[in-house]
Design a binder for this molecule. Structure first.
Ligand code: GLP
Length: 261
């Protein structure tokens, strides 16, 4: 795992967007794993800007989102499909047919989850998986105690996650679905590269547990320590309680990947 420290949230989001842009330019048919949440909005804004101003093209990309609420139709304003349409898909030249999210309205959820896994394999697997982190350490909607080998499945959300995400439902807790379909931890770990972004003091405690604590299903992001190519980008606020910051800075200054980046 490689940890990159950036002074603030804006710089961290820009760096993540530039990593994604570089991968798309290297490999236009990139299979991109996407995440939702407030943290990602700045990343998508940068990618949209790179499309407009630098000609970054998503035309050949295929995308798979991590998760979707169960019971919300794609046209629901708080669905992750709408989030993606608003923040990224409508802003770039991606072919919507190449964008995938689990179908939260499927009547047979088990079949839908198996189909989602099948689609990922059919596309050759995810090349680059973008990740945020929940306050309870979740990646996707892999809540505490999710098996570290779990696959795409339906999951009941923690109360704290429902509260964290209530903003998208005008703050009304009763409107937030309490179940979602999510890629499993095992599914995420099969991506060729993982790229996690976390910003702000409120993420500092969970980031320290995920990055420097033991690997445990209580903090599913800690499973990323097992990934052969995982980059974590944090701002100074989210890095506030990390212990190895000097070492992370040294690596960033000396790793060839980041020279002249
Ligand atoms: C939701 C998503 C997660 C995401 C998290 C972070 O719970 N399912 O994939 O990491 O939000 O949200 P935020 O960036 O708003 O803190």
């Amino acid at each position: 795992m490689e940890v990159i420290l950036q002074p603030d949230a804006a710089a961290a989001a820009l760096l993540v967007a530039r990593v994604i842009a570089r991968e798309i330019r290297r490999q236009p048919k990139l299979v991109l794993g996407l995440a939702t949440g407030r943290t990602m909005e700045a990343v998508y804004a940068h990618l949209a800007c790179m499309h407009r101003e630098e000609g970054l093209s998503f035309a050949a990309c295929r995308t798979f989102n991590l998760d979707e609420y169960i019971g919300l139709p794609p046209e629901h304003p708080a669905s992750y499909r709408q989030y993606m349409n608003q923040h990224l898909f409508s802003q770039v030249d991606i072919d919507l047919q190449n964008t995938h999210l689990p179908d939260g309205t499927a009547t047979d959820l088990t079949a839908e989850c198996a189909y989602y896994e099948h689609l990922i394999v059919e596309c050759g697997g995810i090349d680059l998986q973008l990740l945020g982190i929940g306050h309870d350490g979740h990646i996707g909607f892999n809540e505490p105690m999710s098996a570290l080998r779990s696959r795409t499945r339906d999951k009941t959300l923690m109360r704290s996650t429902i509260e964290q995400n209530a903003e998208m439902f005008a703050g009304e807790l009763s409107k937030v679905p309490y179940r979602a379909i999510t890629m499993g931890v095992g599914t995420i770990l099969e991506s060729k590269r993982c790229l996690l972004l976390a910003t702000g003091y409120e993420k500092a405690g969970i980031i320290a547990k995920a990055l420097e604590g033991p690997i445990t299903s209580r903090v599913t992001a800690s499973a990323l320590q097992l990934h052969a190519h995982c980059t974590v980008v944090v701002d100074y606020a989210a890095a506030a309680t990390l212990e190895e910051t000097e070492y992370y800075r040294w690596i960033f200054e000396n790793e060839p990947e980041w020279q002249n980046f």
